[in-house]
Design a protein around this ligand. Sequence first.
Ligand code: RTP
Ligand code: MG
Length: 156
Amino acid sequence: ESKLGSKKEKTLALIKPDAVSKLGTIVIALRENDIQVCKAKMVQFSRKDAALFYEEHQSKPFFNSLIDFMTSGPVVAMEIMGTNVTKKWRELLGPTSTAEARSTAPNSIRAMFGSDDTRNAAHGSDSADSAARELEFFFPSRARCELANTAKFENC
Ligand code: RTP
Ligand code: MG
């Protein structure tokens, strides 16, 4: 815990296939915002894993195009840490829609690197609960590691 009593927390930052080439710039932005990168891995989503990761959206009209996009190339998952980092990282991302990001948050990651409502550069967990679930998804704890490695990211 820091001096002011604000608690450091961890969350998932996921660089989507359209922004993997911007990884260096994104890591610099994290450092400038006092966010530490604890873990990182580059993986290729299978359709099954992408559907599981985004299962809350399975009934949405954009679900299939989201899965097409998320499996179109590798993603980079990072466990990041900082004060209020879940909220802070989503602020750095900007709004989901690239057009809205460009008009309301022109310096945000999605304004700079996104292209439309679906191809929007990066993801951030939206709550402490989803951060815990999503970090476990990419960085399974030791007990679940062996099992998870047989089910996910078979390219590794
Ligand atoms: P994310 O989960 O990726 O951090 O994004 P978010 O919370 O800002 O947005 P969410 O509503 O959770 O949507 C998840 C992702 O689905 C794609 N999407 N496409 N109308 C569309 O075409 C549409 N709406 C959402 C985006 O990639 C969005 O980030
Ligand atoms: Mg979301």
